[in-house]
Design a protein around this ligand. Sequence first.
Ligand SMILES: [Zn+2]
Length: 124
Amino acid sequence: MKDDFAQFKKLLLTLRGKLVGKVDSMQGEALKKSRQDASGDLSNVPIHMADVGTDNYERDLMIELIENGEEGLRNIDTALEKMDDGSYGVCEICSKKINKERLKAVPYAKLCIDCQREEEIDNG
Ligand SMILES: [Zn+2]
């Protein structure tokens, strides 16, 4: 079970490291741009992306996180804390396990898909 989360932890730490370096100076637009010429300059990528599974998946997460700014960073920190105290992958509202596919799409998800939907309905 815990091994399953190891890859998410690694991913979160990688994203966090990049986010911390970029959140101040870089906007989502800039990242989207770098996506187009991604084949070029990789010299400013401090982490070996091959370890985590480079590709669009990670980049899409980064774009979303950068667009969310500080909240994105907070979400990552919260997820990492949850990994330490063992509550990672458990919905904060209904305490059910969050679907693995959902965690793959949103590794810092706090709510299961059902509760997330209800939240969005409440908020909107
Ligand atoms: Zn739930």
